[in-house]
Design a protein around this ligand. Structure first.
Ligand code: FMN
Length: 214
């Protein structure tokens, strides 16, 4: 199959203009995030998180956005996973929301920090019990011999925490990405796409807004 010929002209969306976009990138993000959630697109809160080792070897994976505010974007994971090790060695990360269904992407670069145990606990307690047990059952990113082992571990945890609340594992937690650059990309006909980049000014107080060539 010749995939070189796969091509789609982006036609259905109004152009992005400086007048139309919000002055604050979080307001702009909220506009687009709400539209993504309201659309038929699956997993609109999924984003691709890129981390890199201290030596610069990058890796990526999908995670779910669980909270955001003007301080940043929060997700949860195993704190002994590959991504967590890379974050500990190098807290500069990037994230991408690939909203192809809307002919959009949002690209974010920033600094990542663990969130408080209190906030993590609040979220953990709001999860279904099966997901809580899942967090206990899996040493994320480690090599395992079989799926059976995973199921056995899950059953063991189910038995162990049969009564009462499932405690928060000390190897599970949330991270917040505090952005210094956020780019909004809107597909347009003839490859003349719209891109607006918000980046922190020198004093780290205001956002500068620039149009980028597609
Ligand atoms: C749609 C989707 C959502 C996911 N959400 C999460 C998540 O919120 N947290 C998480 O730790 N892994 C999530 N994963 C699994 C990760 O992509 C990844 O396999 C896992 O975190 C291990 O990554 P690492 O070995 O690079 O640390 C998700 C995967 C998919 C496809």
């Amino acid at each position: 199959m010749d995939i070189g010929h796969i091509r789609k002209d982006f036609a259905d969306h109004a152009p992005l203009t400086r007048e139309a976009i919000a002055d604050d990138p979080f307001d702009q993000f909220t506009r687009w995030f709400d539209e993504a959630l309201a659309s038929a697109m699956p997993e609109a809160n999924a984003f691709v998180l890129a981390t890199a080792t201290a030596q610069g070897q990058s890796s990526q994976r999908t995670v779910l956005l669980k909270y955001y505010d003007p301080q940043g974007f929060v997700f949860y994971t195993n704190t002994e996973s590959r991504k967590a090790k890379e974050i500990a060695a190098n807290p500069q990360v990037s994230m991408l929301f690939p909203w192809y269904g809307l002919q959009r992407q949002v690209k974010i670069e920033g600094h990542i920090e663990p969130i408080s145990r209190e906030q993590t606990l609040r979220y953990f307690l709001s999860r279904p019990k099966d997901s809580q047990l899942g967090a206990w059952a899996s040493r994320q990113s480690s090599v395992i011999n079989s799926r059976q082992l995973l199921r056995q571990q899950w059953a063991k945890m189910k038995e162990k925490f049969r009564d009462g609340e499932v405690p928060l594992p000390d190897f599970w937690g949330g991270y917040r990405i505090e952005p210094h650059a956020i780019e909004f990309w809107q597909g347009q006909p003839s490859r003349l796409h719209d891109r607006f980049l918000y980046r922190r000014d020198q004093a780290q107080t205001d956002w500068l807004i620039e149009r980028l060539a597609p």
